[in-house]
Design a protein around this ligand. Structure first.
Ligand code: HSE
Length: 322
């Protein structure tokens, strides 16, 4: 018997963590919610101003991804009621499209009684998004180490250290992943490849052993950040100097433009670091919103909604989403 109505909560994600280009991701405690139910007529309700311009018909990404789940599971549910609300800013390097894909996959799968496995969802999501670091983090939570070889994605999830905190500075402009990838070279020097594999390996080892002090040496990249820096004025200074202001390490979040600093939660220099990030961007004429986040140990979650439970719109207005 299919579930009547499900609510999905899916975390934002940050990809790359510096050297782990397309392979390292972390879920963050900034969320999107999707309510989904099988219906007689499709309705798509996108809540909040930031959803302006997102299609609300059957060309909607969530609708289309849900249909992929049904198709793979061999069932047919062409009409859906979908509502979505998201705290995750769009096109800023915090995995908003990955969260929509994972939310849609998990919601549709819950509606049909979990016919597909987590691994099947991961494979579909990676084929769609191409970056297993974002979708893996939103799906599994925590820190995800992953690859995609064009056929299969594989990943291992790491538990984030309890003292790891994340400061993000979200510039007031959007940067598409397509543009941020177009500035990268097709070929790289062997020394840059070696630089990244050694730093990325060390970063994974530091994160998995809780060696927070090693992050400042490991969180450096030669493959994508140097090429992307001109797209985000102030980024080079932040990467170079953030550790002098108390960060464990700093990186471009995904394809940007959000800048991210990893911080020891016990640090007494948080305000100083936040001011440094904001002022460095502001000197370049870029307004940025800063947020203190934690890794989200939980990935996507689904729950069944019962008759009479508040809909998403009511919850958003009441600001009681958890
Ligand atoms: N790893 C990808 C990139 C993330 O840096 O281009 C894009 O979401």
């Amino acid at each position: 018997m299919p579930t009547q109505k499900v609510r999905v909560r899916v975390p934002a994600s940050t990809a790359n963590l510096g050297p782990g280009f397309d392979s390292l991701g972390m879920a963050l405690n900034l969320y999107a919610w999707i309510d989904m139910s099988i219906s007689d007529n499709t309705t798509i309700h996108l809540i909040g101003d930031q959803m302006n311009g997102v299609p609300a018909d059957k060309s909607n990404l969530i609708y289309k991804v849900a249909q992929m789940v049904f198709e793979q599971a061999g069932v047919s549910h062409p009409e859906l009621d979908i509502a979505m609300y998201s705290e995750i800013p769009l096109t800023r390097g915090l995995g908003s499209s990955a969260s929509a894909i994972i939310g849609a996959l998990a919601g549709a799968n819950a509606l049909i009684g979990y016919k597909l496995t987590q691994d099947e969802l991961f494979q579909i999501a990676t084929r769609l998004e191409k970056h297993p670091d974002n979708v893996g983090a939103s799906l599994f939570g925590g820190i995800v180490v992953a690859f995609w070889d064009g056929h299969r994605a594989e990943s291992i999830r790491l538990e984030p250290d309890v003292n790891l905190e994340v400061l993000v500075a979200i510039p007031a402009f959007q940067l598409s992943t397509e543009k941020a990838r177009s500035v990268m070279p097709q070929q790289v020097m062997m020394k840059d490849a070696v630089f990244n594999l050694s730093h990325s390996s060390l970063l994974v080892a530091a994160l998995s052993t809780g060696n927070l002090g090693m992050i400042r040496y490991a969180m450096k990249d030669a493959l994508h950040q140097p090429y992307r820096a001109p797209l985000i004025p102030g980024m080079a200074t932040i990467l170079e100097q953030a550790d002098q202001y108390g960060a464990l390490g700093a990186a471009l979040s995904g394809a940007g433009p959000t800048m991210l600093a990893l911080v020891d939660a016990r640090s007494e220099r948080k305000a100083e670091l936040e001011t440094f990030l904001k002022e460095t961007l502001l000197k370049e004429g870029i307004e940025a919103q800063t947020l203190w986040l934690k890794p989200s140990a939980e990935g996507v979650t689904t729950s069944q909604l019962h008759e009479g439970e508040a809909d998403l719109q009511a919850l958003v207005q009441g600001e009681v989403l958890t």
